[in-house]
Design a protein around this ligand. Structure first.
Ligand code: AVJ
Length: 329
């Protein structure tokens, strides 16, 4: 039997205001010392495709670990959330992990509404396509940043059944520690008592393995990183000399994070008219493009409890942790 496919698109930012906020952010962050760019801008159509390729690399274990966890524990995870009516996934990417969780873990085919919040329209299209094939499932997409998406979802009427918020793929790793704590609190404030939060975190492991994951021998991560400059050149009329930037990944043990940088290897003048920028970059100066924080299992639990959650269960596999918490009273 063929099921009904239900998908709606609830919100997105229009292209002109998207471009102008990108231009402003680039102007602001590239003027800081050290120069920076926010990692959320990696995900244009090409960047999203490169990220999907990263997820298939043998050196990037995050996605495989996080696919195995719901494969093994989907029933256990969802049994804590019965009766579930609404799933909200922040940073859904292509939606594969959520699809597995629902397909394997759902006991009764009660109608389920799935809200997907992601800045990448390409990723949302793939995810809603995959998820709307599930039985009795309505998919609503929000092409917005996490906070805006959460606010839009919270403004809708809710049922008395349970909601669960999924924050998988180690997406929380892009926040620094205080930022992650504040973000979890903000999510908690839009949840009702008994609602669930499932968080995926990459764990601290050997420096060698961490660096291989972020500086792979095929150069896919390097392309993903440099694509940010490609995007600035294309969308904001920038003139970065792409050949003159080297990809660098490093482990910052004191901060417990992998950092990605783009190091200038030939002195150059950079102009980005849409951002009001005109500056020189000497040989060796770098642009810091991403931080990916790594956790210890007990650190995740402490952070959640501190943000007003009760930890229900934690599953660990392949250097990765999935932690289920519920909103405390
Ligand atoms: C999507 C933020 C979880 O930090 O591992 C992958 C992005 N950057 N390779 C991560 C990423 C370089 C990824 N997150």
């Amino acid at each position: 039997m063929r099921e009904k496919h239900l998908t709606q698109s609830a919100g997105s930012v229009d292209a002109a205001s998207e471009r102008s906020s990108f231009a402003d952010a680039v102007g602001y962050y590239l003027s800081l010392q050290p120069r920076q760019l926010p990692s959320r801008y990696f995900y244009d159509a090409l960047g999203s495709a490169l990220f999907e390729a990263i997820c298939r690399l043998p050196w990037y274990p995050v996605t495989r670990a996080e696919t195995r966890l719901p494969e093994c524990h989907a029933r256990a995870i969802l049994s804590h959330l019965d009766p579930l009516s609404t799933v909200i996934e922040l940073g859904s990417g292509s939606g594969g992990k959520l699809g597995l969780l629902i397909a394997l873990g759902r006991r009764s085919p009660n109608p389920l509404t799935v809200h997907l919040v992601d800045v990448s329209p390409t990723a949302l299209a793939a995810a809603s396509d995959a998820l709307s094939r599930l039985e009795a499932t309505t998919v609503v997409t929000h092409a917005l940043r996490y906070e805006e998406g959460m606010a839009q979802i919270a403004s809708r009427p809710r049922t008395s059944c349970r909601n669960v918020v999924l924050f998988l793929g180690s997406n929380i790793g892009n926040f620094d520690r205080p930022g992650a704590a504040a973000f979890l609190r903000a999510i908690g404030s839009s949840m009702a008592e008994g609602d669930g939060l499932l968080v995926g975190t990459d764990l601290v492991k050997s420096e060698r393995d961490l660096l291989l994951a972020y500086d792979d021998p095929l150069g896919v991560t390097a392309a993903f990183n440099r694509n940010l400059l490609v995007r600035i050149n294309r969308e904001l009329d920038g003139d970065f000399d792409l050949d003159a930037f080297a990809h660098r990944a490093l482990w910052n043990g004191a901060e417990s994070r992998v950092e990605m940088h783009l190091v200038c290897t030939r002195p150059q003048q950079v102009t980005i008219p849409a951002s009001g920028l005109d500056f020189t970059m000497p040989d060796g100066e770098s642009i810091w493009t991403e931080s990916s924080y790594k956790y210890r299992p007990e650190g995740v639990a402490a952070m959640l409890e501190h943000a007003g959650f009760l930890v229900v269960a934690q599953w660990i596999d392949g250097g990765f942790a999935l932690t289920l918490a519920s909103r405390s009273a």
